[in-house]
Design a protein around this ligand. Structure first.
Ligand code: NAP
Length: 235
């Protein structure tokens, strides 16, 4: 990534990569480094440099912020499924005439012995589950709606923040926890729930790899929701 000539950098964050980058760039005393978070997580981990929270108010809001703070390099290090803010970043950088760099995690690839079905959306993932499947949903609360109504499936749901209300599933178990740290713990967990299916999004990165290894070891079918294709429509 070209940092040369930049003095004030805005990192669109919310990912581990963004936090590591903020830590690295903040060590350079000549730079002002600001990380922007959407503000969805109740207690985000500490980030080096300045941190701002909350939406900008669309493309124009982001472009105004870039101008007001005299940002000269915008780095989009958001999650691969955060497509709205990434599209906004492209347009706002163009409006404000500043350079945009994008950091994208490579997606996971199926390995030998993996049993993956790639699907384009949450809705197709929900339809792909057979009757009676014992299914682990590695998805946040905001992504569960497509699975409501599958009363013929038993769900084990893991999420970081507890839901405000009970989930409207007929048969489910809830785990409030982060992803398991290694394949041994994930394998033990999946085995204890007698799982047949795992549903997750192809986020990439190291953190979610353990669950995929566990599925491989146990012969569990993975319904892999692939990334949205970025379509930027010029104004
Ligand atoms: P999104 O759908 O692409 O963005 C929706 C709106 O949220 C944006 O238009 C923007 O509001 C605001 N926003 C998003 N990211 C922002 C940021 N870094 N700083 C300031 N405002 C931001 O995003 P999302 O999928 O809801 O994800 C929100 C954040 O969580 C992202 O920063 C992402 O890196 C992180 N995250 C997302 C996922 C995921 O699965 N999508 C997973 C892990 C972490 P305005 O239009 O008002 O500016």
């Amino acid at each position: 990534m070209r940092i040369d000539a930049a003095k004030t950098i805005l990192i669109l964050g919310g990912t581990a990569e963004a936090s590591v980058l903020a830590g690295d760039l903040s060590k350079k005393p000549e730079l002002r480094v600001i990380t922007s978070l959407a503000g969805r997580t109740s207690s985000p981990l500490a980030i080096a440099g300045e941190v701002r929270k909350g939406g900008f108010g669309g493309v124009e809001g982001l472009a105004s912020y870039l101008a007001a703070e005299k940002i000269d390099l915008l780095i989009d290090a958001t999650h691969p499924f955060a497509s709205q803010i990434s599209a906004n970043a492209v347009k706002a950088a163009r409006l404000a005439s500043i350079r945009l760099e994008q950091i994208e995690r490579p997606p996971w690839q199926a390995q030998n012995n993996d049993n993956w079905q790639s699907v384009p959306s949450l809705e197709v993932a929900a339809m792909a589950l057979p009757v009676g499947a014992r299914t682990f949903l590695a998805l946040g609360r905001q992504h569960l709606e497509a699975f409501f109504g599958r009363d013929d499936v038993h769900f084990v749901v893991r999420m970081v923040d507890p839901p405000k209300n009970p989930l409207p599933f007929k048969q489910y178990e809830l785990m409030v926890a982060h992803a398991g740290k290694d394949e041994t713990s994930e394998t033990a967990l999946f085995k204890s729930h007698d799982l047949t299916h795992l549903v997750c999004r192809n986020s990439g990165g190291k953190r979610g790899l353990a669950k995929l290894a566990a599925a491989r070891i146990l012969g569990i079918q993975v319904i892999m929701i692939e990334r949205p294709v970025a379509v930027i429509i010029a104004d």
